[in-house]
Design a protein around this ligand. Structure first.
Ligand code: F6R
Length: 369
């Protein structure tokens, strides 16, 4: 039950610190990621030369973050394939391909069919799933469960942060097995994972009211854009999807670098644009590029709402609003940055008088192709 919350979505957004903590719990020992479910698979992880992550919707955006984690830590080429696109061509897969599927429900028909197809083609399959004993994990060689708890609201929130967390664990684990992550790097990343739930709680505590107020002011907005680079890009896509799903407002997420290749034509005075700003501590260059994107849209009259780490003052002269997230490692930032976007979508839908748990035309689990 909702336990005093106005909606399941509000409850599930608030449960995100636990969703992350429970997904990490029991999978860390002495500065190392230890995933008991993957015992005995070291040879498989050493032998693969390619990873394909397949999923739909929100889970496919977690997959994009997972791609970056697997490439950075495990040094294996990784690609994301929408499950419903995967098998209607002739993908190059074989016994050295690991197909990782991501599904909250574990019953999404598109994703299930992609997993079956990959297996028939001889690939190894690993499922990241939130539902014990669901069909997709049963059809896979291995499973890493997310422990977000039951997700009732149609719009996925806590399952998403748990999916990213599981993919970070997987990337680190495979990186250690393959020798591409040092013990020191592993210990630092593990410390980041352990600190993450507290940081999610901090974003909720410090930004909820601010973001809800912003959404209240914007209840008549007809279109919202979201920009991000690197792992901020999938978060921009997720921010747009949440808004479309529950507030029925036109929204689009872009890779910030694409702006000048077309989407900047959409910018007119008053157009609200969320920009996910990566930490300057990780890459001064990446940060500078995003700040210059902000200047470009600001110069054309955009209303810029920035999500930036605490202490990043470079964004202040160009932002109409600044939402702060705590300092975190580059690959960990998405778990923090998505939270204000979830709150924004929820508050905007609520301001429009909509039922955030049961958006029109959508079902929680899509069991048809
Ligand atoms: C978005 C949403 C959907 C699901 C997608 C996959 O809020 O809930 O986009 O993420 O239908 O569902 P699962 O993860 O159950 O396979």
């Amino acid at each position: 039950e909702k336990g005093g919350w106005p909606s399941f979505m509000a409850k599930e957004v608030a449960e995100q610190p636990e969703a992350v903590a429970n997904t990490v719990r029991g999978r860390i020992r002495d500065g190392e990621v230890v995933i008991p479910e993957l015992d005995g698979l070291d040879d498989l992880f050493r032998g693969i030369d390619r990873v394909i992550i397949t999923a739909c919707g929100t889970a496919s955006y977690a997959a994009l973050v997972g791609k970056y984690a697997i490439e950075q830590w495990a040094r294996i080429p990784a690609d994301v394939e929408l499950a419903h696109e995967f098998r209607y061509r002739d993908p190059v897969i074989g016994e050295n391909t690991l197909v990782v599927s991501i599904s909250q429900s574990g019953e999404t028909m598109d994703t299930l069919m992609a997993v079956k197809y990959a297996r028939e083609r001889g690939a190894r399959t690993l499922s990241v799933c939130n539902t014990q004993g669901a069909t997709i994990p049963r059809e896979s060689d291995a499973v890493v469960y997310t422990h977000a708890g039951p997700e009732v609201a149609v719009a996925s929130t806590k399952a998403f942060v748990a999916q990213i967390t599981a993919l970070l664990l997987l990337g680190l684990h495979v990186g250690r097995v393959r020798g591409s992550v040092s013990a020191a790097e592993s210990a630092a990343a593990v410390a980041e994972l352990e600190a993450l739930p507290g940081k999610v709680a901090k974003v909720l505590a410090e930004e909820q009211a601010h973001v809800a107020q912003l959404a209240g002011w914007m209840a008549d907005t007809r279109s919202v854009l979201f920009l991000g680079r690197h792992v901020g890009y999938p978060i921009a896509l997720e921010g747009a999807l949440k808004l479309k799903e529950i507030s029925y407002i036109h929204a689009e997420g872009f890779a910030a670098g694409e702006l000048k290749h077309g989407p900047i034509a959409l910018i007119e005075p008053g157009q609200p644009v969320f920009v996910l700003v990566p930490s300057p501590r990780h890459s001064a260059l990446l940060h500078a590029k995003v700040v210059s994107n902000i200047q470009e849209i600001r110069a054309r009259g955009a209303r810029v709402i920035v999500i930036a780490e605490e202490g990043d003052a470079a964004v202040l002269p160009f932002a109409d609003e600044v939402i702060r997230i705590p300092l975190a490692g580059a690959l960990f930032e998405p778990v923090l940055a998505v939270v204000p976007l979830q709150i924004f979508a929820m508050a905007l839908a609520t301001a429009k008088g909509l039922d955030v748990d049961q958006p029109r035309n959508l079902a929680k689990s899509v069991t048809v192709e």
